[in-house]
Each structure stands twice: as structure tokens, then as C-alpha cells.
Design a protein around this ligand. Structure first.
Ligand SMILES: NC(=O)c1ccc[n+]([C@@H]2O[C@H](COP(=O)([O-])OP(=O)(O)OC[C@H]3O[C@@H](n4cnc5c(N)ncnc54)[C@H](O)[C@@H]3O)[C@@H](O)[C@H]2O)c1
Length: 276
């Protein structure tokens, strides 16, 4: 890693944040902007991108909204060129744009599978290819990829889980490849976070309640919880951290969840635990 890495703060740096029109991407963009980073808000939803950029500007930050589909290589190339021309070379990339198709394997079409992989994995690859040359020219940088607990365990749906597992593996692969350019790359694996992605499921009280019961800290995640972890990994305090994944899930994957029999097990432990 070259000497630039670890010396950079956030102020005056340029960050490309995908999916920044909503949820986790937006919270990351806002948090980075609060630290003085200039934000390129990339999102396929034109209105959402404009709204995020406007909010950042209103709060005293600097942002440029760029409407782009991350799975479109040519469009992403044009978008990143525009960012470089308008804001300067990015030294931070947060890959957060994502979609989900909630279908079991046999119900999923190949088209749905391809779209989820296209956005959630190939889209990350396309952004990496577009942004890393600029980061190199700037002397280094830091990349944070939003993965998921679904990349660690069988939680979710096959196309989504496969894509997120791919993000975890790609991140580890690239840590070694990019270190010589002064570029760090890490991922964050959120648990269940209240965003547009799961507004429908979490909007159902029974599902939200059951989900919270599976989270040891006793609440759903908020986009700001993820943004805090992303900012740590993106910033100078993580200058010795690369190729790792930070699970931010309120403890959800740290324990085995018993659909039934949990109370019996607890009682058993209470009765005999101290004598064995
Ligand atoms: N919400 C959760 O519980 C959760 C958990 C784990 C991981 N994640 C991941 O977090 C990331 C952010 O999702 P979120 O939860 O904030 O959802 P969200 O729906 O609130 O935000 C996703 C954003 O990505 C944008 N987007 C979708 N497809 C795009 C494309 N092709 N090109 C550009 N932009 C596109 C959407 O317009 C939206 O603004 C995703 O990668 C998601 O898989 C979310």
C-alpha cells in the first residue's frame, strides 16, 4: 500500500455512492457528506438521485446526482467520466445499489436470476472497473461494498444469496490485487434494515415482530447503522483493514434461532446446567 493510504481524511475527497437515492446508499452518502466529502449520487431512479443530492446540498454539503443503471457498462463509463470532469477523481466508492426477487429456486426464471446477478454483482464489478483507474491516478482510495448476511447463511432467496456471496468473495479477491495501488476494499454485511428494499415485508407487523425476535439487540437495523460501519471502513481509521467483511446485524447470525423448543432448552439448562 502506498503512503497516501491512511493519511487521507474525508474532507474534500470525492465519493461515488451507488444506490444513493434510497436507504443504505443514501445514509452512506449523507454521512460522508457530513464529513466534508463531495458525493456523486448514482441511482437508476432519477427523482430519488436528485432528491438525495438536494438533501445533501440543503444540509451544507456538495453533491451531484447522476441517473444511471449500474448494470449498463457504457452508461456507467459515461457517468464516472462526468463525475471526474465535474467533481474530480473519486477516492471513495460505495457499491450499494441492489434489488431483490423474493422467489424460491424453482419459481425463479432465468431472466430474474440474471437481473439480480446483473445489478447486485455485475453492477459492482462494472463500477469497480470504471472507478479504480481514477482512484489509481489519484494515488489510492477506499472501496466499501454492501454485501448481506444472506451471503453468509441461507437467509433469503437463491439469486440474491448467490449475488451477495459473490460480493464477499470478490472483495477478498481484490484486496490483494488493489493493495499495490494504495486501494483498500472491504464489505459490510447488513442484517435486516428498514429500507425501501423490504418496506413491504417489514410493513407487515407479524413479519416485523418475528424478525425482531431473531435479532439479539431487539430492534431492526436502520440505514445509519450501516452508514457508520461504511464510514469507518472507508476512512483513515481503517487504514490497516482490507479484504474483510463487517457484519452489522444486531447479532442476528451470531446465534442459533430455535423456531420451537427454545423455552424447553432454556429450562433444561436452568435445571441441570449448574450440576454438569
Ligand atoms: N435493507 C436490508 O435489510 C438489506 C440487508 C442486507 C443488504 N442490503 C443491501 O443494501 C443495499 C442497499 O439496499 P437498501 O436496503 O438501501 O434498498 P433500497 O431499495 O432502499 O435502495 C436501493 C437503491 O438502489 C437503486 N437501484 C436499484 N437498482 C439499480 C440499478 N440497476 N442501478 C442503479 N441503482 C439501482 C434503487 O433505485 C434504490 O435507490 C443493497 O445492495 C441491498 O442488497 C439491504
Amino acid at each position: 500500500m502506498n503512503s497516501h493510504q491512511g493519511e487521507r481524511g474525508f474532507a474534500g475527497q470525492v465519493a461515488v455512492v451507488t444506490g444513493a437515492g434510497s436507504g443504505i446508499g443514501r445514509a452512506c452518502a449523507e454521512r460522508l457528506a457530513q464529513r466534508g466529502t463531495v458525493i456523486a449520487v448514482l441511482d437508476s431512479n432519477t427523482d430519488a438521485a436528485a432528491e438525495s443530492a438536494a438533501q445533501i446540498t440543503l444540509a451544507g454539503g456538495k453533491a451531484l446526482a447522476v441517473a444511471v443503471d449500474v448494470s449498463d457498462e457504457l452508461a456507467v463509463g459515461r457517468a464516472v467520466a462526468r463525475v471526474c470532469d465535474t467533481l474530480g477523481q473519486p477516492t471513495i466508492l460505495v457499491n450499494a445499489a441492489g434489488i431483490i426477487v423474493r422467489k424460491g429456486l424453482l419459481d425463479s426464471t432465468v431472466q430474474e436470476w440474471r437481473r439480480v446477478l446483473d445489478v447486485n454483482l455485475t453492477g459492482y464489478f462494472i463500477l469497480l472497473k470504471a472507478v479504480i483507474p481514477a482512484m489509481r491516478m489519484a494515488g489510492g482510495g477506499s472501496i466499501v461494498q454492501i454485501a448481506s448476511i444472506a451471503g453468509h447463511i441461507g437467509y433469503g432467496f437463491s439469486s440474491y444469496t448467490a449475488a451477495k456471496g459473490g460480493v464477499l468473495a470478490l472483495t477478498k479477491q481484490l484486496a490483494g490485487e488493489l493493495a499495490q495501488d494504495g486501494i483498500r476494499i472491504n464489505s459490510v454485511s447488513p442484517g435486516v434494515v428498514r429500507t425501501g428494499l423490504n418496506r413491504d415485508t417489514l410493513g407487515t407487523p407479524a413479519i416485523a415482530g418475528a424478525t425482531i425476535q431473531n435479532i439479539p439487540v431487539g430492534r431492526l437495523g436502520e440505514p445509519r447503522d450501516i452508514a457508520a460501519a461504511v464510514c469507518f471502513l472507508a476512512g483513515p481509521e481503517a487504514s490497516f483493514v482490507t479484504g474483510t467483511d463487517l457484519v452489522v446485524d444486531g447479532g442476528m447470525v451470531s446465534k442459533i434461532h430455535w423456531p420451537s423448543g427454545a423455552r424447553e432448552l432454556q429450562n433444561f439448562h436452568a435445571e441441570v446446567g449448574s450440576t454438569r
